[in-house]
Structure formats: C-alpha cells, structure tokens
Design a protein around this ligand. Structure first.
Ligand SMILES: Cc1ncc(COP(=O)(O)O)c(C=O)c1O
Length: 339
C-alpha cells in the first residue's frame, strides 16, 4: 500500500504511475563491478507507467495534484529541450486533461528526436526562448504564465525539474516504499540533478544511507538538497552530512563521459537494462567509483534507483553513435568469442 500521508494535502490526488515499482536483483552487474553477487539491487522507477516512465512521475503526482486543486487548466514548465521532466509534464497534462506549454532555451528545429519527439506526441506546445541562461529562462516562463492569465487561462508553473518541496514528497514516499521492500538496505545510489529526488530519499532514509551522484545541473547542489530535505523531512540536515559525489560531472552536463559510457555498456551487457547518458549513466558510474574507492563496501546491500531517461538516449547523438559503433560483427567459425 502506498503511503501518501506526508506533505501538503491536495484536494485531488492525481495518480499517474503504477506503484510500487519493483526492486530487482542485479547479480551479474554486481560481480562485474566488485560487489558480492547478492549485494546489488535496482529500484525500477523507470517502470513508473506514465509516458515512458522515470522519477518525475512521482513528483508530478503531487505537483499536478496541487495544480488541479488550484483549478489550473494549463501546466507551464521549463528545462532543456531533451528534458525528461518536460516530457513527463507533457504526458501528465495529457493524462489529466490539461494543456501544457514547455519553455525551452534555443530555437525550433534543432532536434527531432528523443524527448522532444515525445513532447510533440503528447500534444505539448513549446515556447522557444532563444539564447538565455537558467535565470532568464525562469523569467520567460513567468512571462508566459502572465500572458496565459491575460488570455483567460488558469496556468500553473511547475518548477524546473519538478523540484520543489511538493515534488520532493514524492521521493519521501519512494524511500518508505523501498524500506518496505528492502528493510535492511545499507546504501541507496541516485542521480542528483535538480535535487528533489535525493532530498526526498534523504528525508525518509537518512543522509548516511543515500549517495547522490551530481550530474552538474546545479551550481550549489548540496545547498538545494539540504533546503528541500529540511522542508520535507521535519528535521534539518546539514550540507556536510550529505553524501554527494562530484566526480562524474566531467566536461559538462550534456556530455557522454567515458565513465558514463562504461556504466551504460556494463549495465546493458550484464543485466539487459538501459541507462541514459546524462543521469542514470553518471549515477551508475558514481556507484562503480564508490565501490572502487571503498565508499561502498563490497558486501553492503546497495540499491541503485533507476530514475529512467531512456528517451534521452535517443536524443543524444554522441551516445547513439557510440552505442552503434559497439555493435559486434558476426564472423563464422568464431562462436563464443567477442569479435
Ligand atoms: C532520468 C533522470 N534521472 C534523475 C534525475 C535527477 O532528479 P532530480 O532532478 O530530482 O535531482 C533526472 C532529472 O531531470 C532525470 O531526468
């Protein structure tokens, strides 16, 4: 049974996903990265049901629930054009009968793949904001909200990445759900983007059990997670209590790093599970690095939270090229060998 007892109570709950998501063993991957074979598990939040799945579904159940309670007819949000959060906001709007406006930096026509293609399929409309930074993008989104109001609509602004306290409660619940499934979990590893996913898990599992792998989306990730965890957790957590790894950011948020590529390859070839280059690939690379440097003991019961992002892989040309180049060639007489 899902526990929806925490956080603000919207008049209307919106159920967008299928819960609880499964927790699956990953013994072949565990052995490949130096963990005991029974030590690694995956919480499959990529299988959350709506719109291709991912961690944003849990946040949107709450933020869209609040929007509906406020009488909204239109959702407005921001992100990069390949944002998983934007795609799932578009899907949540479709499921809830709300219009969706996505405010993206850049110009139209630069990509027709991955999340952007799905945004179109879900019926979202895009406002291209041109050459703007994060702060300017937020201002453009606020202008779009004002414009919609003047036009007689009732818009609700969903924050960047779905990361406010309302959204973070979705991951307070996810942490409780995980404790029901794996009561003796020692370590939980998750990607840290806009912060609410890690914050919710810290609030329900404790700061010492959660490792967040920073992907480089925020200037001050520890401050954001500390603030959100404090808002949803009831007790305060200080930034130095958080276990955040900063070693996977690489040359920048949108790059396929060698460690992320290796994590994608290992996970796909040992478990048949796909990670994305930006978030879950970096998070798995952080998990692997943590095992190597002893931050995770080889017998520690470790849960990797698979937060989705598969469509993003198809919107990332370097990753598609790299994955295709890894195709082995069949040669007669070479059965049992790699090449
Ligand atoms: C696939 C995926 N995983 C993880 C994250 C990080 O979650 P959060 O933004 O709550 O830190 C995101 C955020 O965009 C995401 O799209």
């Amino acid at each position: 049974m899902i526990d929806r007892s925490s956080g603000p109570k919207p008049d209307r709950w919106v159920t967008l996903g299928s819960w609880p998501t499964p927790v699956e063993p990953a013994p072949r991957l565990a052995e490949a990265i130096g963990l005991a074979s029974g030590a690694l598990w995956m919480k499959r939040d990529d299988l959350g049901g709506l719109g291709g799945g991912g961690n944003k579904v849990r946040k949107l159940e709450r933020t869209v629930g609040v929007a509906l309670a406020n009488g909204a007819d239109t959702l407005v949000t921001t992100g990069a054009p390949q944002s998983n959060h934007a795609r799932l906001t578009a899907a949540a709007g479709a499921r809830s009968g709300l219009r969706v406006v996505l405010v993206f930096p850049g110009e139209p026509g630069r990509s027709g793949s991955g999340n952007l293609a799905l945004d179109g399929l879900f019926g979202a409309r895009v406002h291209w904001a041109g050459d703007v930074d994060r702060g300017q993008l937020a201002t453009v989104a606020a202008d779009v909200v004002d414009e919609l109001r003047r036009d007689g609509a009732s818009p609700e602004l969903i924050p960047f990445g779905g990361s406010n306290a309302v959204g973070a409660y979705g991951y307070v619940e996810a942490g409780r759900e995980l404790l029901d499934q794996v009561p003796d979990v020692d370590v939980v590893v998750v990607a840290l983007g806009s912060g609410a996913t890690m914050a919710g898990l810290v609030a329900s599992l404790g700061a010492d059990r959660v490792i967040g792998v920073d992907v480089g989306a925020l200037d001050e990730p520890a401050e954001v997670v500390t603030a959100l965890a404090g808002q949803v957790g009831g007790t305060s957590v200080s930034a130095d209590q958080l276990r955040i790894r900063y070693d996977q950011v690489g040359a920048g948020y949108a790059q396929l790093t060698p460690a992320s590529a290796e994590a994608l390859r290992l996970t796909a070839r040992s478990e048949g599970i796909v990670l994305d280059p930006i978030y879950t690939g970096r998070a798995m690379a952080g998990l692997i690095a943590a095992v190597r440097d002893g931050d995770i003991a080889s017998d520690a019961k470790t849960v990797f939270v698979h937060t989705g992002g598969l469509p993003g892989l198809f919107g990332h040309p370097d990753t598609v090229r790299w994955a295709e180049s890894a195709l082995g060639q069949y040669r007669p007489g070479r059965a049992g060998t790699d090449s």
